[in-house]
Write a protein that binds this ligand. Sequence first.
Ligand code: SAM
Length: 255
Amino acid sequence: MSELPDHVLRNRAHWDSLARDYAVAGERHWRQESPGWGIWNVPEADLGMLPADLAGKDAIELGCGTAYVSAWLARRGARVVGIDNSEAQLATARRLQREHGLDFPLLHGNAETVPYPDASFDFAISEYGACLWADPKRWVPEAARLLRPGGRLSFLTNSQILMLCAPPEEDRAAGERLLRPAFGMYRVEWPGDPGVEFHPSHGDWIRILTGSGFEIEDLVEVRPPEGATTRYPFVTVEWARQWPSEEVWKARKRA
Ligand SMILES: C[S@@+](CC[C@H](N)C(=O)[O-])C[C@H]1O[C@@H](n2cnc3c(N)ncnc32)[C@H](O)[C@@H]1O
């Protein structure tokens, strides 16, 4: 059995320790019938994260956490599998499966090496999961391997400009100054925070996606509606109405 990379081990311990605080958000999202994405809960109609017809399709959520996205896919008729690096997050997901009477496979593992054969899925998705916490040079080629030709990948993560303006203290909101260089900002470790995040530049994403066999279909810069709220302190709605705080990438595996 191969050893896990250090960022995967560190993020496992980090998410095992955060899981208890994430359960409430998971419970709320499981109760939500229509998908709402990201920290602003932007409706699916505005972002189009999901293929129109998921019924009977094989789907995988990479870094599923409490697995509410997987639940939304299952309710649309997809045969969904969730994989997550944190057993504690999956414990919440399993409890919520029981409470909502929904059953689909949940795997404990690293989304950079998924124990499924090539071309097992029609759709792969990540909302602040593997797309933020796993190494894009590893998880994107793995998503391409898992998808059938023509299969689709959607993911939502922090925008690059937010990362350039985000103060190191996580309880302070982004301001109107660039606080760090854009060049070299691929792997990010925040002071005093044990987690490891990945924030590639747009050029990096384009090269990694196309080099892994994807065609890029869209990059949506997320703008929350006026008056939107978030429980996260790192950005205000006034800021996010002027600059994108989140971005959605949509790609299709070349046939
Ligand atoms: C913020 S949650 C994402 C789930 C959900 N969409 C949400 O926003 O709460 C991040 C999840 O990514 C998982 N994760 C981090 N690194 C991972 C990896 N290498 N493979 C699979 N999951 C990973 C964490 O364990 C955590 O449950």
